[in-house]
Design a protein around this ligand. Sequence first.
Ligand code: SF4
Length: 259
Amino acid sequence: MKDGEVYMISFSGGRSSAYMTDRLLRELPEDQRIVCFSNTGKEKRETLDFVDRCDRLWGGVVNWLEYDAEKKYRLVDYATASREGQPFEALIRKRGYLPNVVARFCTQDLKIRPIKWFMLNLGFRYWTNVVGIRYDEPARWSKTNGIAEKERWEIWLPMVDWKVTKPMVLDFWKTMPFDLRLEHYQGNCDLCFLKGRNKMKRLITENPEKAEWWIRQEEMIGSTFNKRYSIRELVDLIRRSPTLFDYEDPDIDCICNTD
Ligand code: SF4
């Protein structure tokens, strides 16, 4: 830790990130850390519940942020946080096209930029952006490089320095009075286009109504999130051939991924 440095702790709403935040809140001086959570509106209800439980445990330190097409960001809380994809839909309308594997502007515009504008509004010009990527996720370590070079912050991955692995995080949550009530495939935006088809199938089979928002965006823009199929076609394929995609189809890695 450097004297006078401000640490913006990016809390994703996942277990690893919450573990990191919990530890940093005890290790960093109060006036040198700020905790932010960006809500896309397509997070699972359980993620918002978990963020709220953590926030109450930590004494209300979490700044809940959402993308706002006019004001760049808005501050919300557990009660007012969007649950029907409103920030995400507002972004798609503003851009006039859909994010996809190549143009993943949703991460940047829904998660990273609202925090940046919030920090600038607080009067900070430079800060350390603390990200919850673990020691056992080496493929993700470099995902933050491009962002750090272009922006006003340095990236710090404390869980890499601390050599924290997934089993350590899971052990920690076993000792806590609450936990994230999601399975590994259920986190992040519910039908994120970076999820493998096997995961998509499970999610659509469990909650077919979750597909409706994604279908609506595709039909509004006249394009698809995935160039191989539309969400409507995927839902139809799964309904007609329930054994389809019964194999592991890895996710495409991104800094959004939380577990
Ligand atoms: S989880 Fe997926 S859909 Fe949501 S912001 Fe990240 S990349 Fe975009």
